[in-house]
Write a protein that binds this ligand. Sequence first.
Ligand code: CA
Length: 235
Amino acid sequence: MAKKEKILIVEDEEPIMMGLRENLVVAGYNVVEATTGTEGLEKGLKERPDLILLDLMLPGMSGYEVCRELRDKGMHMPIIMLTARQEDFDKLHGFEMGADDYVTKPFSVEELLARVRANLMRGERRKDNSDNFEFGTFILDMDARLLRKKKKNGAKTEDITLTKTEFDLLAYFCANEGKALSRDQVMNDVWGMEYYGTQRSLDSFVASLRHKIEVDSAKPKHILTVHGVGYKFAS
Ligand code: CA
């Protein structure tokens, strides 16, 4: 039998915690629990769960802060935010803090489990892609989640700062080199966050990436525009 996947639940409301725990255990997952933001952060680092369900409003540290701290400390597991009401949750902010997805309370068990499964699959794909990818004068370092630029005459490389979104997008392009990718496909595969993002926001992430990796971002050599479709990556 396959190893059980471990899910960390960070939630301060006992009835919600209880419901989540029961349903996840029945669905075959190992469950670890934390009831404050600080404890969530500690367990996220120590237990290395495969996925985290993270309440937004927590005593001590907020879900946003926990999420950002985990990402800052190099944790890449999928994080699903649990939010009280849709309007309370700043999607863009959560996304920038490194959240992968969110569900709004009250949620159905089916919806939650579907999100958990989808995000675990994305997490697996992320792990599988752990080889570095070289293109042009760059090396995309998948473990360090860094873009390095090779210098002409020495072994030293220069680190190029990418946001989480830019990194995820570039890693996806590299993994799908040579394929014409529709905007919908890119957004769905990279973010899977169907509420977030318009095609225009994808285009603006592409523009900022081009600015960092293209010699002339008006005449891109790596992230090519496929008219009427979307993008294609060329190394
Ligand atoms: Ca709460």
